[in-house]
Design a protein around this ligand. Sequence first.
Ligand SMILES: NC(=O)c1ccc[n+]([C@@H]2O[C@H](COP(=O)([O-])OP(=O)(O)OC[C@H]3O[C@@H](n4cnc5c(N)ncnc54)[C@H](OP(=O)(O)O)[C@@H]3O)[C@@H](O)[C@H]2O)c1
Length: 332
Amino acid sequence: MEFRHLGRSGLMVSEISYGNWITHGSQVEEDAAFACVRAALDAGITTFDTADVYAGTRAEDVLGRALEGERREGLEIFTKVYWPTGPGRNDRGLSRKHIMESINGSLRRLRTDYVDLYQAHRYDHSTPLEETMEAFADVVHSGKALYIGVSEWKASEIRAAHQLARELRIPLVSNQPQYSMLWRVIESEVVPTSEELGIGQIVWSPIAQGVLSGKYLPGQPPPAGSRATDEKSGAGFISRFMTDEVLTRVQRLKPLAEQAGLSMAQLAVAWVLQNPNVSSAIVGASRPEQVHDNVKAAGVKLDAELLKAIDEIVDPIVERDPARTESPAERP
Ligand SMILES: NC(=O)c1ccc[n+]([C@@H]2O[C@H](COP(=O)([O-])OP(=O)(O)OC[C@H]3O[C@@H](n4cnc5c(N)ncnc54)[C@H](OP(=O)(O)O)[C@@H]3O)[C@@H](O)[C@H]2O)c1
């Protein structure tokens, strides 16, 4: 495993981190979840990402138990707050009340006294940014989180939060956006602003939820047990990539991966890591063999010719519009 600084902070994270959205507490049984965490630890992954909302809070509980007994100082545990965790009108968003209540619930479920990074899962247009940042400052000053991050925030929102974080003397160090060969909406605005402010990207769905592994063939039913067959939640989320045009072009990447001596998933993860503003790529996995495959992307350099050949194939299906970085207009 290779390690990078999280933004301009002193915190080191593994280049490849492991996240448990959709899988733990939902798509996969507990023994598979534990086996994936074990595989991640054995491969040198030290950074784990979850959220209070995943699987209706069960994902944090599974991760907490899977990591129990590990040396806490050897791990970086990240979680998030914003999406609903209960039926009440205050069980969501970035109000002071919900932040203070949610961090306590997350720490209890994760079986830890602090998280390394506490992230605003989206921007909350119904709460003054000052209220949110002051609540985050209290979370940091009480020792419950060491660093603060955001997720899917626009460049202007990141800039405003960064200014307040400086005034409050708390470290706002990261943004967590979707980023892959197929989804590059951060490149024109979020990345330049983040570079200027010393904020690193911890990117999600680098394999486009499994699509860039090449296992989904155009015109054919998805493989059994894959995310596209998970009617509970996965199939809905992956559907945006499940078109014949996307799947056909992805198949054309196969010879490029082979020439580079990489699997398709490794090529996808290595691709996001070529961006120096990316601190870590968060991969998901429903089985340990996928972790074994994906971690081999750490430290891989892709040459300019290969990057150009990739662009020529995927160009018509790449999303680049910075307006696609957005948070709900109303609290969910
Ligand atoms: N901040 C946010 O709003 C946000 C949103 C989404 C995700 N995230 C974070 O990002 C993490 C990763 O997201 P993701 O799970 O969508 O990432 P991903 O790595 O793009 O996709 C992971 C899924 O792809 C399939 N897969 C992975 N490696 C494979 C391989 N080598 N060969 C074949 N299939 C493979 C598996 O699904 P199947 O086996 O089921 O097909 C796996 O669960 C999440 O766990 C979460 O921590 C954050």
